[in-house]
Design a binder for this molecule. Structure first.
Ligand code: C2E
Ligand code: MG
Ligand code: MG
Ligand code: MG
Length: 284
């Protein structure tokens, strides 16, 4: 009966909470020394223009725990809730800058982006940190791109707006990630000086739907008016690519071109597909 069911539910719920608590404990103890054990690694996913030239790449965090590869969705929320994300993202920045400078030395100029949480962006001295590290690795600031998600702005629009303006004046480029999934997307792009807009995978999945296609077409049209470059996220098929290309999308990222790759594979991928465009300084 209902009462019995209710009791079972409570019992189940308790177990479930216990399980969750156990998971969090394991996560916590593992994450605490993951940096020193060098268990955090970056994977790199290129994006291309309509002629398949590689025009940039995104760094994506992985936690290699023994033989297990753990994806960011599993541990980023925990890192964010404990402020540990600040240390991890500083490490991500160091590694990314190191790769940029190493590739530069080999004559490969490929802009690399990092995904930053609000915790990192709101570090008191974030501008100095970025400035100092870029100087230390002796790279062109134009080679570093920062991806931010819309939810970051909801309560911090003024702060973020100022920060983007200051960092843009140094030459760092900003990308608005997962565009279209937030609350008031259009209001953000009208207020922030961003250089790239990444159209969320949910639109790309539904691009065969005529109405979705028109929405994406409008996003692209608007972006062009604002001098913002568009990148389609999660392009998996040639049919999706062709539609997006035909409606004027600038760049394309997704499994169709490459999965996120470990460093050595990424370098090989670039060398094999040796079609890197010269960086156009006048047009980010
Ligand atoms: P994101 O920045 O939107 O990254 C795109 C995600 O889509 C990546 O998942 C990528 O592997 C996946 N993806 C790429 N192409 C395709 C495709 O064709 N099909 C499908 N189905 N998926 C594709 P990943 O690597 O699991 O990362 C998930 C999210 O974790 C990222 O979403 C980003 O928000 C976050 N993340 C990753 N690294 C960091 C980091 O260092 N800091 C922070 N704060 N977040 C990070
Ligand atoms: Mg991203
Ligand atoms: Mg994204
Ligand atoms: Mg996404």
């Amino acid at each position: 009966d209902a009462r019995q069911k209710g009791e079972n539910c409570i019992g189940f719920f308790r177990n479930d909470l216990g399980q969750r608590a156990k998971e969090i404990l394991i996560l916590k103890s593992g994450l605490e020394d993951a940096i020193s054990k060098k268990e955090f690694v970056l994977y790199y996913q290129p994006y291309v223009d309509k002629n398949f030239n590689i025009v940039g790449a995104e760094s994506l965090l992985r936690w290699e725990k023994g033989s297990e590869v753990i994806f960011p969705m599993k541990f980023i929320p925990y890192l964010e809730s404990t402020n540990m994300i600040i240390y991890v993202e500083e490490y991500v920045l160091d590694i990314a800058l190191q790769i940029i400078s190493r590739l530069n030395l080999k004559g490969i100029k490929i802009p690399l982006s990092v995904n930053f949480s609000y915790k990192t962006l709101s570090r008191e001295n974030i501008i100095d940190i970025l400035y100092m590290k870029i100087g230390k690795f002796n790279i062109d600031p134009d080679m570093l791109r920062i991806e931010i998600v819309e939810r970051i702005f909801i309560e911090n629009l003024e702060y973020t707006k100022n920060l983007i303006e200051k960092l843009s004046s140094i030459g760092i480029r900003f990308m608005l990630d997962d565009f279209g999934t937030g609350y008031s997307s259009l209001s953000y792009i009208s207020k922030l000086k961003i250089d790239y807009l990444k159209i969320d995978i949910s639109f790309i999945r539904n691009i065969f739907d005529e109405y979705t296609k028109r929405v994406v077409e409008t996003i692209i049209f608007l972006s062009k008016k604002l001098n913002i470059k568009t990148i389609a996220e999660g392009v998996e098929t040639i049919e999706q690519f062709e539609i997006l290309r035909d409606i004027g999308c600038d760049y394309f990222q997704g499994f169709l071109f490459s999965k996120p790759l470990p460093e050595a594979d990424f370098e090989n991928f670039i060398l094999i597909n040796n079609k890197i465009l010269p960086i156009d300084k006048t047009n980010p």
